[in-house]
Design a protein around this ligand. Structure first.
Ligand SMILES: N[C@@H](CCC(=O)N[C@@H](CS)C(=O)NCC(=O)O)C(=O)O
Length: 313
């Protein structure tokens, strides 16, 4: 039985990024279905307040942010690699840029009038309204403010044309003949658009991009075959029964925090839901906070440094 537990819901693009990586690496996992909107009590019991999707769990270790999850999965299964030799920085920086910028444009497209009309055919008016209100509340402190549908309409074609041109060079993936982190980042953004019939035609002028999207989607489908279901209560029990050891051996802390300092970690984009705990792991691009919860027991919640603000609690 796999010890990899993914907390997610089917419609989440960032979760699809991790599902596709699991599929590409042929890693089986246990799947916990989480609510689409707040409250998410069993999830936040594990994370200490972080509410975004997905969250990865290995025993009592809770990993927030898909960039860190990708690194953890790369360590778990180094082959096939996401860090193509000679493309490490290009792939990492492209992936970060796409996760922030193309994701914004895809959300703005899906929540444009054409996208909402398609969502209305699938969800009740109440469910849709609740989703929109939840996401507006989640982004109320966002800096910079979320992209508008107009911005998406004018900028998405610019970037799609660039990706089309890059793929037209004869490569199967963005940087080489095998996918890198950059492909998985672009994939989940365009998967979101392609899955909404109101805005899917936005991709019609880009045949190379659509062929590439089909290739990437096969990894997402492969992941489904490797998933077994787990309840959120069982996931909490697994956390409680596991060892929450920190790791101060390779302490790398440019901010000067000593092991055991109480710190708080805040997503730099949405600027809400800080997680507080005792710093027990500090690496170049990862911090781990120890905290305790009555149902989850002792937990270590991990964040990357890029995209998060760490301060004394
Ligand atoms: N930087 C985060 C972004 C995650 C994210 O924004 N996920 C979206 C879903 S695709 C989300 O959390 N939406 C609100 C929710 O699911 O409650 C990551 O890479 O994991």
């Amino acid at each position: 039985m796999s010890d990899i537990i993914l907390h997610h819901y089917p419609a989440s693009p960032f979760a699809e990024k991790i599902r596709a990586i699991l599929g590409y690496k042929q890693l089986p996992y246990r799947s916990v279905d989480i609510p689409l909107i707040m409250p998410k009590p069993d999830l936040t019991a594990l994370t200490g307040g972080y509410r975004k999707t997905p969250v990865l769990q290995l025993g009592a270790h809770i990993y927030c942010d898909t960039r860190l999850m990708a690194a953890v999965l790369e360590q778990r299964a180094p082959q096939p690699t996401l860090l193509l030799p000679g493309h490490e920085a290009t792939a990492a920086i492209m992936a970060q840029w796409i996760d922030a910028n193309i994701f914004e444009l895809s959300v703005a497209s899906v929540f444009s009038p054409a996208g909402i009309a398609a969502l209305q055919r699938r969800a009740s008016a109440e469910a849709l309204q609740a989703l929109i209100e939840d996401r507006m509340a989640m982004r109320k402190n966002a800096a910079p403010p979320p992209a508008t549908a107009e911005k998406a309409r004018s900028l998405l074609p610019v970037y799609l044309a660039q990706f089309e041109q890059q793929l037209a060079g004869g490569r199967d993936y963005l940087l080489a003949q095998s996918p890198s982190l950059a492909d998985f980042s672009l994939y989940h953004c365009l998967w979101f658009i392609a899955g909404n019939e109101g805005v899917a035609p936005l991709l019609d002028d880009y045949p190379q991009v659509k062929t590439w999207l089909g290739r990437m989607a096969a990894f997402g489908r492969a992941a489904q075959a490797g998933a077994t279901e787990l309840s959120s209560a069982e996931a909490l029990q697994i956390a409680r029964d596991s060892n929450a050891g920190g790791d101060t051996a390779d302490w790398y802390e440019p901010l000067g925090f000593a092991p055991g300092t109480r710190v708080s970690v805040l997503p730099a984009d949405t600027r809400q839901d800080p997680v507080a705990g005792e710093l027990v792991l500090a690496r170049r691009d990862e911090v781990g906070l120890r905290r305790e919860h009555p149902q989850g027991g002792q937990l270590i919640v991990h964040f990357p440094r890029v995209g998060y603000e760490i301060s004394a609690a």
